[in-house]
Design a protein. Structure first.
Length: 482
């Protein structure tokens, strides 16, 4: 869960705080801007172009401490981190790279959150496509509102500042409700240090996307303990190769055993174990090594070339999954269902299990004193179906969607079962897992059936326990992600 929350936190917060790269850009292009904001509070409305709904995020910054509160479907997610703890490359040294790929234009002035703001467009020189529009407070230099565009110039996300305060009252924050992200000791290293630590690595030439170049190397010390949701443990170290085109970044994280000698040759093979829009994880089969690519979305062919350029390994066992829109053991979705908007037909317990004979009756006890309070047949909207992977995998099959609701008298937990009612081979075994923000999903590799669980308070392990009880006619590995 910590890894998932960190991902969400980065998605919403880092775009609202000034990075060293953006600061350097503005200071060089607009030397009259002096960006020095130590403390502030900013409240913004976030709208994603692919969805009609908006959400509110509040950001509190006091020195290096940054705390965010995200309101989503009546739930509040509060996260915090120390912005001064983690090392990143000094992009001031790579402004030539930025100006070779991008152009910044001052296009106007507008009042945002009662502050006079400069409107600055960022365009890709190669395609003349608008990538970002910033609204900068003319007095402080803080980014207030902004528009984000994809590589084709289509609007993806809008951040609209509603309120900003440079003398905020931090006493209103309840730090007991804030989940602070665990940071790892992180420090820069040289290319020679990289070669000494990983002699089998062959990153020269590194098959980077057009316009990108390596801008730095760093290392993370081994973890003092095993963290839930993280693949590393106390014996694992990571080296990061940072690359950028001056605006976007692509970071390669190589996790390896610190005190064990590794041999990688042409017979070593890689397997893709996670593919998200901005994250690819590949593991070496039968070797304790992991490559993680984070940053921009990569074309599948480019991703394969880059991964195979890093070591003597010549084969990826499942490159086809990179062509899927979503494939993951660690996939993150930012929008849980609002179950009040789903059309439901109440069912009795007998009716439910008559419709789903492959399911098993629940045990008499559940985590955190939950009890079944309802069964239903549901009719998901097309947008809701787009979140459910079984509907993506089997768009041409008529699927039955059922729902079980559990409660402890105050909170609700939802468990779903989707399947093709006329399919007759459910006796088969085998499944792949996906977990999201507050979601766990079990999809069967070649059969149209899926169990999923959604909760704002149950852990991954608790949710897997609930799913395994419903699907105990199948082989469900509840330890797959630990």
């Amino acid at each position: 869960m910590k890894r998932v929350l960190t991902y969400i936190f980065i998605c919403f917060i880092l775009v609202l705080t000034m990075s060293s790269l953006v600061t350097a850009q503005f200071e060089v292009v607009f030397p009259f801007m002096e960006i020095q904001v130590d403390d502030y509070y900013i409240r913004s409305k976030i709208t994603h172009a692919s969805r009609e709904e908006s959400h509110i995020v509040e950001v509190y910054k006091q020195g290096d401490l940054v705390v965010s509160k995200l309101e989503m479907h009546g739930q509040v997610l509060a996260s915090g981190y120390d912005a001064g703890f983690t090392w990143t490359p000094e992009m001031d040294d790579h402004l030539e790279l930025f100006f070779s790929n991008y152009e910044m234009r001052l296009v106007g002035v507008e009042t945002v959150a009662q502050r006079e703001s400069l409107i600055i467009d960022l365009l890709d020189k190669k395609t003349d496509v608008l990538r970002h529009t910033y609204f900068l407070d003319q007095e402080s230099g803080l980014i207030l509102s902004q528009y984000l565009y994809d590589q084709k110039g289509s609007l993806t996300t809008t951040y609209e500042a509603l309120e900003v305060d440079y003398d905020p009252d931090f006493s209103t924050l309840d730090f007991d409700l804030v989940e602070f992200q665990t940071s790892l000791p992180h420090f820069p290293i040289s290319e020679a240090d990289l070669e000494a630590a990983l002699p089998w690595l062959t990153p020269d030439p590194l098959c980077l996307p057009e316009g990108f170049q390596v801008v730095g190397y760093s290392q993370m010390d081994p973890l003092p303990e095993t963290y839930e949701g993280d693949r590393r443990d106390a014996t694992t170290s990571s080296i990061l190769i940072w690359s950028s085109d001056g605006y976007e970044s692509l970071v390669l994280d190589i996790a390896y055993p610190k005190d064990k000698q590794i041999t990688v040759d042409q017979d070593t093979v890689l397997e893709i174990v996670e593919h998200m829009p901005s994250s690819i994880i590949a593991e070496f089969v039968d070797h304790p090594l992991t490559f993680s690519l984070r940053g921009i979305s990569l074309d599948p062919d480019d991703a394969v070339k880059m991964l195979l350029s890093l070591s003597p390994a010549q084969q990826i066992t499942n490159p086809e999954v990179l062509s899927l829109e979503m494939f993951a053991q660690g996939e993150t979705l930012l929008y849980p269902f609002d179950y009040n908007t789903i059309a439901q037909e109440a069912l009795s317990e007998d009716e439910f299990f008559e419709l789903a004979p492959m399911a098993f009756h629940y045990a008499s006890t559940f985590p955190q004193d939950l009890q079944v309070v309802g069964y239903a047949r549901v009719d998901y909207s097309e947008d809701q179906k787009s979140i459910l992977s079984i509907h993506e995998r089997h768009p041409d099959l008529p699927l039955e969607d059922l729902l079980i609701t559990l409660s402890d008298g105050e909170r609700f937990h939802h468990v779903g079962l989707s399947f093709a009612p006329n399919y007759t081979e459910y006796k088969h075994r085998g499944q792949s897992h996906r977990y999201f923000q507050s979601w766990v999903s079990v999809l069967f590799n070649d059969w149209p059936i899926s169990f999923f669980s959604h909760s704002s308070f149950l852990s991954y392990e608790d949710q897997m326990e609930v799913i395994a009880e419903l699907g105990k006619g199948y082989v469900i590995n509840t330890k797959q992600h630990q």
